[in-house]
Design a protein around this ligand. Sequence first.
Ligand SMILES: Nc1ncnc2c1ncn2[C@@H]1O[C@H](COP(=O)(O)OP(=O)(O)OP(=O)(O)O)[C@@H](O)[C@H]1O
Ligand SMILES: [Mg+2]
Length: 221
Amino acid sequence: MSIACADLTKVYEGGQSGWPALRGVSFTIEMGEFAVVTGPSGCGKSTLLNIIGLLDEPTSGKYSLNGRNVFSMSDSERSDARRDEIGFVFQSFHLLNRMTALDNVCLPMMYAGVDSREMRDRAADLLHKVGLKGKERKTPLELSGGERQRVSIARALANSPKLILADEPTGNLDSVSSGEIVDTLFKLNGEGITVVMVTHDRELSKRVARNIRMRDGRLEQ
Ligand SMILES: Nc1ncnc2c1ncn2[C@@H]1O[C@H](COP(=O)(O)OP(=O)(O)OP(=O)(O)O)[C@@H](O)[C@H]1O
Ligand SMILES: [Mg+2]
């Protein structure tokens, strides 16, 4: 999964001239990399991740995902790519609290039209993979923070994405759970999944070859 961004800008509407959250960001991430994005609060990390993940559009610039120019894709091609190629993990989990862990993991497969038996088997396998065997029927509110985040990683893996985008996935977790989440992401990267992770954890940025440091909507060189 390669990501190539050239001179991306993002101006949020509001005020007289809007708020420039990205002011010309260019970089590439190659297939199989583990890239860590760091920078002070408000510097544009989530904005950048949301654009990479096709959840939001830049105001100007170029972005190609696996060699495809994202702007020449139709809305439905973009939403297919988001569903089939990209898995998201958020700081606040974004799980549905009234559904079981298993059903939360099933959701993306339901949207992809996977057969119900196959979907449930795969969701159970993914929950086992992230160390949650026996917790399939619990709802998020019956799980610890670290366990919730592992459910959301299993959900991110549901449609076998080639890219995982994680926005401060350990931001709400204690250090032991954080370590487990980071280990899980490293393991997935070892299996060939490209990972882009936003974090405030400086130690983590020392462990990866690829660091993207941001400040005030720009890359810090
Ligand atoms: N929907 C929005 N509308 C207007 N301004 C926004 C919106 N989202 C973000 N911003 C502004 O854009 C800038 C970048 O925000 P962003 O969320 O990308 O920062 P961040 O680096 O992820 O910060 P944090 O580390 O606190 O999560 C901030 O100044 C923020 O106030
Ligand atoms: Mg953010």
